[in-house]
Design a protein around this ligand. Structure first.
Ligand SMILES: Nc1ncnc2c1ncn2[C@@H]1O[C@H](COP(=O)(O)OP(=O)(O)OP(=O)(O)O)[C@@H](O)[C@H]1O
Length: 319
């Protein structure tokens, strides 16, 4: 039976992005090497991975600006090869690098963009006012783009991606290069968008961003998906409850690796620290002291997606 309340957004399990065996090749090199993805309506879905993992190449295929080399891809139930412009009309795109027009004012950047979607001047002005309010830039409406901070430009790019009232917004590294305060403001706005029923698809190499924003995510490395699930599921599956970060007063942390054998479930020796994967961090620190190892610092923290990535690939997300 259809929903009698016409204005209610029905969150269903319909896939807005459906990919099977998706491949993107540049010559002989597969930047995306056969991935399967389903993004459901209303969720925030993330591609987490280091530089070069294939996240942007995937986003460009989903955004219908770069054709797949192989595999099946359906966006909003349609085939990008046949219906690219119809799909793009219902998508919002926030590219990795802000490409705002520096000659125009903040407001004009929105109204000019609205023209690409055939939106009337009157509606565009009204929508621009609403969107500038949403991204907290109303007081900058008449200023030029140039002097805006990085965070403001990012928020304006996000506002621009919403001009056509899209069902799904693609955000390629939405907060890369921003300071912590600016990042939090962007996250908060994106969270509100999700609450309004807009589906978000984002790429990031920040594990805190993925944990804060994403309902589900895939971890990518070398063009492949190495794990997928909710942030909590991934941490439970691939890491321990707590992690102890130990630093020793010598350059070679590796020398201490052997002396820590048997403390916790697993350890990772990084150039600048040793990570102990344990159920109980305080107990592990006590054991380190019982062995008279004398670390210069011992920090106990909860496991994160960074630990998941390290476990799956042997590398950190941001090298
Ligand atoms: N147009 C292109 N021609 C050739 N190689 C490319 C092209 N675009 C991307 N690549 C390569 O494909 C791989 C994946 O790039 P991609 O930009 O998709 O990764 P990413 O995960 O988004 O990383 P980043 O965070 O650096 O954007 C990289 O090795 C990159 O050099």
């Amino acid at each position: 039976m259809s929903d009698p309340r016409p204005n209610v957004v029905r969150v269903s399990d319909e896939s807005l992005v459906h990919a099977r065996g998706l491949v993107k090749r540049f010559g002989d090199f597969a930047a995306v090497d056969g991935i399967d993805v389903d993004v459901r309506r209303g969720e925030a879905f993330g591609f987490l991975g280091p530089n070069g993992a294939g996240k942007s190449s995937t986003m460009r295929m989903v955004g219908c600006v770069s054709p797949p080399s192989a595999g099946v891809l359906r966006i909003l139930g349609m085939d990008p090869a046949r219906s690219g412009s119809r799909i793009r009309a219902r998508l919002g795109v926030c590219p990795q690098v802000d490409n705002l027009d520096p000659e125009l004012t903040v407001r004009e950047n929105l109204t000019a963009y609205a023209r690409f979607f055939g939106i009337s001047r009157r509606v565009a002005r009204q929508r621009a006012a609403e969107l500038l309010d949403f991204v907290q830039l109303s007081d900058r409406a008449s200023s030029r783009v140039e002097p805006l901070s990085g965070g403001m430009k990012r928020r304006l790019t996000i506002a621009r991606s919403l001009v056509n009232e899209p069902e799904m917004v693609l955000l390629d590294e939405p907060t890369t290069g921003l300071d912590p305060q600016a990042r939090h403001l962007v996250w908060e706005r994106l969270f509100r968008l999700k609450q309004q029923g807009v589906t978000l698809v984002l790429t990031t190499h920040y594990m805190d961003e993925a944990e804060q924003l994403c309902d589900r995510l895939v971890v990518m490395d070398g063009g492949r998906i190495v794990a997928q699930g909710t942030p909590r599921e991934l941490i439970e599956r691939y890491s321990t409850r707590e992690v102890v970060e130990l630093r020793f007063p010598v350059p070679d942390q590796g020398a201490y690796g052997e002396k820590l054998a048997g403390v916790g479930e697993r350890l990772e020796v990084l150039p600048d620290r040793i990570l102990l994967y344990v159920a109980d961090g305080d107990e592990a620190v006590a054991e380190v002291h019982r062995r008279s190892l004398g670390p210069s610092s011992a920090l106990v923290r909860r496991s994160s997606l960074e630990d998941v990535f390290l476990h799956l690939t042997g590398r950190t997300l941001v090298d």
